[in-house]
Ligand binder design. Sequence first.
Ligand SMILES: NC(=O)c1ccc[n+]([C@@H]2O[C@H](COP(=O)([O-])OP(=O)(O)OC[C@H]3O[C@@H](n4cnc5c(N)ncnc54)[C@H](OP(=O)(O)O)[C@@H]3O)[C@@H](O)[C@H]2O)c1
Length: 353
Amino acid sequence: MLTAVTGATGFLGMHLVRELLARRHRLLLLARPHPLPARARVERFLRASGAGEEELRVARTCLEAVEIDLEDGFLGLGREDFQRLADRIDVLWHCAGNVSFTASLEVARRTNVGGTRHVLRLLSAGERAPLLHHMSTVAVAGARDGGVVAEEVLDASSGFHTPYEQSKFEAEALVHRWVSEDGGRAVVFRPSGLVTRRSAHPDCPRHPLQALAQHVGAMLRRHPELAAGTKPVPLPLRAGADTNILPVEHAVYAMVEAGARRAPGGPRIYHVVNHANVPMTEVIAAVGDHFAVRVDTAWRPPTGQWDVRQALPAYACWLTCSRTYEDGNLARLGLAYPGQPVVDRDYVATALR
Ligand SMILES: NC(=O)c1ccc[n+]([C@@H]2O[C@H](COP(=O)([O-])OP(=O)(O)OC[C@H]3O[C@@H](n4cnc5c(N)ncnc54)[C@H](OP(=O)(O)O)[C@@H]3O)[C@@H](O)[C@H]2O)c1
């Protein structure tokens, strides 16, 4: 059985590949051209993550790679090679995506929507009726500020905070249409914010909290008066605001296990989330400590010159949001995480390093 993976060189993709290799899956990495071939990048990641010789040997045996261009209708392969590739695949994990919260809608759509469309075309062409594992996100719930997000097809009535959310929503909608109208077979995973406590390393792609730290660092360089710590950074926080963060190691375990246990005809949408949200007060405290700045979280209309909605527009919604996610579908597969992951101020502080 051959399992293809797009986005295998990204943060989630690398961890997913490690989990699949541990179960001896034969993997075909569909990666865009890069000076360092995808297999070498995965091997470097495995080394940096503490893999032993046996794990590296399995990786060398079980991995092959094909260079693709996700934005091309035939994935940059030409008609014949495209068909040959399609006919080899049994399962495809579609993890490639543009995850920038600051990309324009046009740019985000090119990879997230266009790329998904081309992946679906590949799967439709395959003679083995391949199964898609589509990597969506809880962000497809868009600008819903509260309530419980259901494990079902969502509508766009709440709007979106960012082009990232909208493009991921549109990509997921393509998958649902492919299933209902073209008879495609798909499982949709919607993880929450995925992070790791492992120290940053040049061979390990960065995760969303590290991306946040990079944006905050750049913002503080633009506003030395805040970085000096002489006055607190005003971050008006709505009472009860919280977010959902899950260690990536738990997420990939749950998704691979769900892929193996799920019966055909079972639920199609799985929220992959932490059992408990983390209060934004704890996230902000950890970020404040990281940059040695004081933060004022008193809730009030923005005053003065500095407004978080202008300085960090893609993140301002985190200050008002408090929603939870239905997560019964993983539980109904009998899936319990190995130990309930606790994400708190200490965890966030370590993940930011
Ligand atoms: N990380 C999270 O917290 C999280 C949470 C929920 C859902 N997700 C979803 O999981 C997926 C992966 O996220 P991530 O955090 O792992 O992102 P990432 O680290 O930025 O990885 C993105 C991956 O997609 C590839 N890619 C990007 N644009 C491409 C293109 N035009 N053609 C081919 N490949 C392309 C990248 O290739 P290069 O290595 O060549 O750049 C990389 O392998 C995304 O779909 C995201 O929406 C992530």
